[in-house]
Design a protein around this ligand. Structure first.
Ligand code: 13P
Ligand code: SF4
Length: 354
């Protein structure tokens, strides 16, 4: 159980035994029972940077999902070991773009005669293979906190962008931040021949969006925004850019998990907020800010946790820390050298953005 005092004590003791040898990173969507043991918390961008800034830690325990642990492995030195407490903590969005599908897509773009004009931009939420593809073809990685700068950079390198794998972050950033129109964007469906697009459509497009999405954020609808505005007069609607375009267009503020936290920290007492992102984070923020008189509610009526983020629970964390403390390396995430080299190129282009 979440508050099992025995498990809490065991996690604390194992962490103490490991001392500086271990560094625990926690993504904001992690459970309270896990986040209490994180040395740092953050959004995907901050955690990638924080992982790289701990060269003295032998073990980086990543409380988050698989692609985050891979990215940490890519950005840390070879003798540092990145550990994911439950190997089944994947990301359904990242799984929506496989290396084979993306290679096939590149063939389609090549046959349409546009591949040389296309710069790939991949969301952090993608496998190391996709990151390597991106680096190999002159592109870069972005997260929800730097997608605008990443797209600006990409459009300085080429005329078109292939955005992988989250169509919503790609579309929202292109339209809200870069001022492109919805007609400048086309949707590439990896399950259809030629992505379901004609050569003319591909040639006319500025943004080629991969047909991927986050099922957690996909649950928020225009109706949820309208409902909450009717229910709570004066409410501020703040959503993550993985939400659908119509939700983002109807919201008052849009940003990454770190942005959401900063916005609520800065909010005046008495203000009311409806938050469209994962529930562990929203509940934690609602509890944290209630004493300051800030009313924070979840944007939707039904609950939606990220089921894979939730796989990292206290029993898994205890098992991981105790194993490491006994000198047993478990659940290491290791990206092969060739993939790592190209993926690192794409990640470093992101880190170099002003
Ligand atoms: P950020 O924390 O970067 O906003 O990303 C959200 C997310 O979906 C991570 O999986
Ligand atoms: Fe993936 Fe969505 Fe979960 Fe983030 S919230 S890890 S994008 S499924």
């Amino acid at each position: 159980s979440p508050s099992d005092p025995d498990l809490v004590e065991r996690a604390r003791a194992a962490k103490e035994r490991l001392g500086d040898k271990v560094f625990v990173l926690g993504h904001h969507y992690q459970r309270d029972e896990v986040i209490q043991f994180a040395d740092v918390t953050g959004d995907s961008f901050k955690l990638a940077r924080d992982a790289a800034a701990r060269p003295e830690a032998e073990y980086i325990v990543f409380c988050g999902v698989h692609f985050m642990a891979e990215s940490a492995d890519i950005l840390t030195s070879d003798d540092q070991k990145v550990v994911l407490p439950d190997l089944a903590a994947g990301c359904s969005m990242a799984d929506m773009a496989t290396a084979e599908q993306v290679a096939e897509c590149w063939d389609v773009l090549t046959e349409a005669g546009i591949a040389e004009q296309v710069v790939p931009v991949s969301y952090m939420n993608s496998s190391a293979d996709i990151k390597a593809f991106t680096g190999k073809h002159g592109g870069l990685i972005c997260t929800s906190s730097n997608a605008e700068r990443a797209l600006d950079w990409a459009f300085e390198q080429g005329e078109k962008v292939l955005f992988l794998p989250d169509q919503h972050l790609g579309r929202n950033t292109a339209v809200r931040d870069l001022g492109l129109s919805l007609e400048d964007c086309v949707l590439y469906n990896p399950h259809k021949p030629n992505g379901g697009l004609t050569v003319e459509q591909l040639r006319a497009a500025k943004m080629i969006l991969w047909r991927g999405h986050c099922s957690v954020h996909g649950r928020f609808s225009l109706e949820s925004v309208e409902d909450v505005r009717a229910r709570i007069p004066g409410v501020n609607v703040l959503v993550h850019p993985e939400c659908k375009h119509e939700v983002v267009a109807a919201a008052d503020y849009v940003g990454s998990t770190e942005y959401i936290i900063k916005a609520l920290e800065a909010a005046p007492a008495g203000s009311k907020w409806a938050i469209g992102t994962e529930l562990n984070l929203v509940r934690r923020l609602a509890n944290r800010f209630a004493p300051e008189g800030k009313e924070i509610v979840f944007l939707d009526k039904t609950v939606c946790f990220c089921s894979t983020m939730n796989r990292i629970d206290l029993p898994h964390l205890v098992w991981t820390l105790e194993s490491l403390a006994e000198g047993k390396l478990v659940n290491r995430i290791e990206v092969d050298k060739e993939t790592e080299a190209f993926a690192k190129l794409a990640l470093e282009r992101m880190l170099a953005l002003a």
